[in-house]
Design a protein around this ligand. Sequence first.
Ligand SMILES: *Cc1c(COP(=O)(O)O)cnc(C)c1O
Length: 375
Amino acid sequence: MPNTTANRITDICDLAPGYIRAIAPYQPGKPISELAREFNLDPARIIKLASNENPLGASPLGMRAVGEALADIARYPDGNGFELKRALAERYGVDMPQIVLGNGSNDVLELAARAFLGAGLEAVYSQHAFAVYPLATQATGATGIEVPARNFGHDLDAMARAVTPRTRVVFVANPNNPTGTLADAGALHEWLGRLPAHVAVVLDEAYNEYLQPQLVADSVGWLKEFPNLIITRTFSKIYGLAGLRVGYAFASPAVTDLMNRVRQPFNVNSLALAAATAALTDAEFVRRSHELNAAGMLQLTQGFARLRLDYIPSYGNFVSVRVGAANAVYQRLLEQGVIVRPVAGYGMPEHLRVTIGLASENERFLEALARALAA
Ligand SMILES: *Cc1c(COP(=O)(O)O)cnc(C)c1O
């Protein structure tokens, strides 16, 4: 047998590419069941404001569609997602070939990375930006270039300056998670025009539906001008379908064609397809969710002001508040049955991110926070 490297090293894990071994795993919000086990708490008394889920639950139209779709789960889903694409195309005025569906928008972010990145290439993203961008970049062997933020928001000029001949993807979260910051639509449009054609711009609009109408950019309209623009959105947030995993991207047909080549044939399951198609028509649920979020944002930020805490003004369904020793405060909240999200991994060791909940949940969180800070 030839004396190859593989023969001398017995641990297969040592043979995984260095860029894979260097990946720091994603840290999700703590599940309710886990906290209940750890602190021996009643799960019904625990509130989770840690993963930007919809406190109203799922769209009722979406849930009804899941019930109906159950009868067909012995069959593979429609690998092209025809019905959902048709509904999205009609709703947003795009052509069906401009749509890629994903197992959550996380999946479409990865498809964009896999389609355009690889060893020797670079992706640019902001400090404090969504954790999936470095993860998706690293998994391809490409190099992530993190650009310092400005007041917690994306510094678009600095990001443009970070683009090199090796850059293939620039990720922009608008609004961003976990900071909640929003780039002005006019500035973003002008910036897109300045970026070279050899970079794909992934504009992540996971929280788009939470914006006040006057702040919503015509990003879909920009697709006509910018064949390198990829817009990603999700059914996990305002539509309340996080557990089903369904998201999508809008891009030029040539770009979606590449992304579809690296997509699993049946990446979106049949229940998710049915739920999303129905939820898209649930204007009443979206309206209630939007209203509840606006009221809850006010409730929380007024509470922070009473506690004399700084927070980052947010355009999403969450807000990051500066509490100082965030990990200690996080632990004291857990002891009281309240789960929020530490964001030290995002370079924000003094902040906690809290998802806007029901009015009663927000109240309980504020009371628990006051106790945690006094301890
Ligand atoms: C939640 C979130 C997503 C999407 O999550 P999926 O559940 O995978 O659709 C994407 N981008 C940002 C910035 C998010 O916060």
